[in-house]
Design a protein around this ligand. Structure first.
Ligand SMILES: [Zn+2]
Ligand SMILES: [Zn+2]
Length: 272
């Protein structure tokens, strides 16, 4: 069983209303022994309709203060790590270097949420363009981000864009974008970083995790070892979502260990 969920959001994220305590309680109920909170921090995210103030930014000092209290009160019951999910954009290298050096994060996910300033979540990115064009562009842009931003531990949900395509994964496969995806994986390995297996894809009805198992297998073939597992839950019910499937995918792809992070260092847990 995989007992560590390393990607989840709380009310510190613009798109979640879950109190921190509710996520911790749910994780314990589900038999997890450790979790990492990874609230959204997307510097220079465009304005979002119906959201007041600056979206996807939170008070990091308050975050550390509150998590420290929970860590103390849940000691011996569950390990609670402090993480963050940074929204990568090529011009943010220095900004994120500064942010991650100022705070003692255990774990940092770097995720591409914007394609030239537009989040595919809102559908606009696909207007007048084929899924194929947008997917290929997103993969090229992901590589560009990796060349410009390096202060993170794993690259989040690599093919997340497929969740929002007009035909989603209808015509999507690793093979179709093998050149772009291989370049991303090789760059991640060169940088000494890892990837994550994000079970959000199952939740969104894609029928597979992000990235697709073929990409996880390819990462393993290229020598990849660092892989965290997260459900990307935005509410307590979704914690450890479809983790049994995640375990099967990791085993089928040749992994015997999954990864957690402590003070930004990878620690390997046996898949049992
Ligand atoms: Zn994300
Ligand atoms: Zn997330």
């Amino acid at each position: 069983m995989i007992r560590s969920d390393y990607h989840m959001h709380t009310e510190f994220s613009t798109d979640s209303e879950a109190p921190v305590g509710s996520m911790i309680e749910a994780a314990i109920q589900k038999g997890l022994t450790e979790i990492c909170l990874t609230d959204h921090y997307d510097q220079d995210y465009p304005e979002v309709p119906d959201v007041e103030g600056v979206p996807f930014i939170f008070d990091v000092d308050a975050y550390f203060r509150i998590l420290e209290k929970y860590r103390e009160s849940y000691k011996g019951r569950i390990r609670i790590c402090t993480g963050i999910e940074l929204g990568l954009q090529p011009h943010l290298g220095a900004f994120y270097k500064d942010l991650t050096s100022k705070y003692p994060f255990d774990f940092v996910i770097g995720s591409v949420h914007l394609i030239h300033g537009i989040d595919p979540y809102y559908g606009e990115a696909f207007r007048g363009r084929t899924d194929e064009e947008v997917y290929a562009e997103t993969f090229r842009l992901t590589l560009e981000n990796l060349n410009m931003v390096s202060d993170f531990d794993v690259l989040g949900h690599i093919d997340y864009v497929v969740r929002y395509g007009k035909e989603k994964a209808e015509h999507y496969s690793y093979r179709k974008y093998a050149d772009e995806i291989d370049a991303i994986l090789k760059k991640v390995l060169d940088m000494g970083k890892g990837i994550e297996l994000n079970t959000g894809g199952y939740k969104y009805g894609l029928g597979f995790c992000n990235p697709h198992p073929d990409i996880i297998r390819r990462y393993r073939e290229l020598g990849g070892e660092i892989i965290t597992v997260g459900a990307d839950a935005h509410c307590p019910e979704h914690i450890a979502y479809d983790f049994a499937k995640a375990k099967a995918v990791l085993e089928e792809c040749g992994f015997r260990y999954y990864t957690v992070f402590e003070e930004r260092k990878p620690v390997f847990r046996k898949i049992d």
